[in-house]
Design a protein around this ligand. Structure first.
Ligand code: PAF
Length: 278
């Protein structure tokens, strides 16, 4: 199996692939891989020759120590799943490999994009994400990097980072993978009981409800009706916002060409997020 635990070892393998004229695709993950991740890897194989998958539970993006402690870790299973997909270069670094003493990263101004939605409830989260993704990009130097749209705000912020720092990598957003009943796949779903899995469907149902309201209501009216609809379920809502997909600014009176509804809620002990673009 092609597993690399150090930057040096991974970079040697990437250099060899580049010398063979191959393009490099990159799928950053925190492990506990599910079908959503695997679909990103399959897309990466369709668009690039060599695919690197990193598995690193990044401590700097967890504002809640309990969430970090409970985050599922299952490297052996992850490696087996990846191996079935083809010749993936797996990068499973230690924290010291990702954050060396001569860390190349300099904080950038995200122009408030990190202060809204997830940013409001998870202070510092996106600073941690930007930092780790930047350092990973510096190590892997991919031609294309693949991110799931489930983390809608993360994709927008990574695209912003690439623009601000003028990085030569193409960001490829990929559709959210859902269970048959509509629940967005997430590593955190592993911590839900059967009852909670059932209750969590209210998230997708609410997103569909908003879609059905869109032709008749303003974003503000749709948002209010959707909060009432959501609150009939058993989850505890953290936020439900309809925003412009580019600026992440909340929409009130008019729908923009690309509007996205984002939801974050607690299902028992587990915090779930999802979104839908209209
Ligand atoms: O989406 C994730 O799993 C993480 O935020 C990422 C992009 C791997 C950075 O740690």
């Amino acid at each position: 199996m092609n597993v690399h635990y150090t930057r040096n070892s991974l970079q040697i393998a990437i250099r060899e692939a580049k010398l063979r004229g191959e393009t490099i695709g990159f799928v950053p993950t925190m492990g506990a891989l599910h079908e959503g991740h695997l679909s990103l890897v399959r897309t990466a194989f369709e668009q690039t020759d060599t695919v690197v998958v990193s598995i690193f539970v990044n401590p700097t993006q967890f504002n809640n120590p309990a969430d970090l402690a409970h985050y599922p870790r299952m490297l052996d299973e992850d490696m087996t799943l990846l191996n079935d997909l083809g010749n993936v270069l797996i990068f499973a670094p230690t924290t010291a490999e990702i954050y060396p003493e001569n860390d190349p990263f300099k904080a950038i101004d995200l122009e408030g994009m990190d202060a809204v939605l997830e940013g409001e409830f998870r202070p510092g989260h996106f600073k941690g994400v930007v930092h780790v993704v930047y350092n990973l990009f510096k190590i892997v130097e991919p031609d294309k990097a693949f991110f799931g749209r489930k983390d809608f705000q993360q994709v927008a912020i990574i695209q912003k980072m690439v623009e601000v720092l003028d990085l030569v990598v193409e960001i490829v957003p990929c559709e959210t993978t859902r269970s048959e009943s509509g629940l967005a796949l997430s590593s955190r779903n592993l911590r839900l009981s059967n009852e909670e899995l059932e209750a969590a469907l209210i998230i997708f149902q609410t997103l569909q409800f908003i879609r059905s309201l869109q032709p008749h209501k303003t974003p503000k009216e749709a948002q209010q009706a959707a909060v009432d609809f959501f609150n009939k379920g058993a989850l505890k809502l953290e936020y439900l916002a309809i925003v412009d997909s580019q600026s992440l600014k909340e929409l009130n009176d008019e729908w923009s060409d690309e509007a996205t509804c984002c939801i974050a809620a607690h299902c028992g002990e587990v915090r779930l997020i999802d979104n839908m673009q209209f």
